[in-house]
Design a protein around this ligand. Sequence first.
Ligand code: HEM
Length: 467
Amino acid sequence: MSPIVVNATQKKKLNHPPGPNPPWPFGIIRQFQERPLAKLEELTTQYGDAVRFRAIMHFYGYIFCHPDHNKHILQDNNKNYTKLPHPSLLLLTPVIGHGLLTSDGDFWRRQRRLAQPAFHRQRIADFAQTMTEATGVMLDKWQDGQMLNLAEEMMHLTLEIAGKTLFSIDLTRAADTVGEAFTAVNEEVAALSSTPFAYERLRYVPWWRSSRIIHQNTAVLDNVVQTIIAERRQSGEQKDDLLGMLMAARDEETGEGMDDRQLRDEVMTIMLAGHETTAVALSWVFYLLSQHPAVRTRLEQELADVLGTGHTARLPAIADIPQLPYTTMVIEEAMRLYPPAYAIGRFGHEADVIGGYDVPANTIITLSPYLTHRHPAFWEEPLKFDPERFTPERVAERPRYAYLPFGGGPRQCIGNNFAMTEAILLLATIAQRFRAELKPGHQVEMEPLITLRPKGGLPMMLRKIRG
Ligand code: HEM
């Protein structure tokens, strides 16, 4: 037998990504609990773009942050990578069930097809007026010299807009209830994402403290969702908003509609995913503007040029967006430094090779827009806030997957155009009338929950520019 023929039973030596492989059985999972984002950053700084770490016992986790890795997992070989049973996504299922964000395969594809028309560009254009009007109502209540929690204001505003545009319902009165319940769930789920067997305990141990917190607050959110659905059913109206589309949807083969549980899951998913992320993005925008007066001045100049000044100034409309490139770039750059979805989880089914490294079957993978967006090979002076990075010429120089605030591939955010339109219109409307200054002495810190929030909110002092 020729010496180069390898015996089929002989195992090929696997080329694992580098990373910590401590001998103790508990691995390093606990180290993620206190400082998940800092730990991700620490590992990739030490080991590079691909890291394999012993999480617990014989389970390993993988982190990838090179644009080519992102592209491979989210796009080129996306069929091999599903959401479930990634532990962090499993933990969301007691809250949002199996809606668009947490379903897979044919079932997900069907639901995505049903929901897609509600996010068509023309539909979003119809929402623009609702967005600026709701913002105007908020600004009429704001006063010069007032101190407020800007993060909370943004959360209320985007919830109201999601309610009015997607479900044709006014959620303003529910804003505090939703905010508090969702924050409690958010904090608990984030804390559990590095707790071994957390999902199993949530399911089977109802008296566990975390189970109680999550179940109680989910019940509060459920109440709001059930009201949204019940009000529509009682009205007997057939509206063509997202809720109407989901309710009218019929299975091509069986002719059956969506059952109550599925409808609840989709509404809950959109209600939560559709407001918190944009609110967080805007909060970071206002924080960064408060720290970079030159950027703020340029932004205000663009708004004055396009929308006028003083009493002749008008509200921005959808047709103004192409004339507001700097406003758009400010938002894009803020989402580079502080991507609301700072981590994206996937479960790899079959063995694969990523960036030259072997990745075995049944693997838990974390991608991180946060890490990729600060990767020094793709971003010069990555920590500097510089909206000029998003001029069309500079965007064209970078790989597509060096910037992924909305993910990529077939599971890319369904609400990305909605969110960008909303963020641009809201920023333009607010920055025309007010500046926000950070409360003196307040230290802003990142809080990586399900999304990347400013810890403890954003205490800011309002300065009125015009009435
Ligand atoms: C700045 C705002 C937003 C950011 C940064 C954001 C980010 C993301 C990201 C990164 C994903 C992909 C997650 C993954 O691949 O695992 C995603 C998915 C999703 N987002 Fe957004 N999102 C935003 C706004 C919205 C809005 C406004 C809506 C709805 C109104 C929405 C609804 C969804 C849904 C339903 C999915 C799941 C899509 C699917 O898997 O088919 N998002 N989002």
